[in-house]
Design a protein around this ligand. Sequence first.
Ligand code: CA
Length: 132
Amino acid sequence: MNVLVVEDNRELAENIGMFLEGRDHTVDFATDGRMGLRMAAGGDYDVIVLDLGLPGMDGLEVCRRLRTDAGQSTPVLIVTARESHNDKMHGLAAGANDYLVKPFALSALEARLLALVRPAEPKDGFRIGTGP
Ligand code: CA
């Protein structure tokens, strides 16, 4: 996967980067919201890891603008220390696809990202409409 990590915590960003690169993914980094939005808007990524608490522009705003202004549908996984139901709802309303609360296992992060990039095919039995 080609992953964009938007995270101002350098240590966490490095940990995520080292883990994912060790698993043969490519990782780019943005350390503030505006930089993250600019990079994400280019559409060169399979998936975006987005922190909510960012300098410049917070993660919710980045996500909202990515979906509206930039018209990009790249999957977004929000990572945050906030864990209230409200924050989760706001994240999903802003166009995020999934949500992971810090601290998290890096293997869990990768699994969530893979699920976003390669959604499961619907089973034949669930297909509605014509066909044998
Ligand atoms: Ca942060």
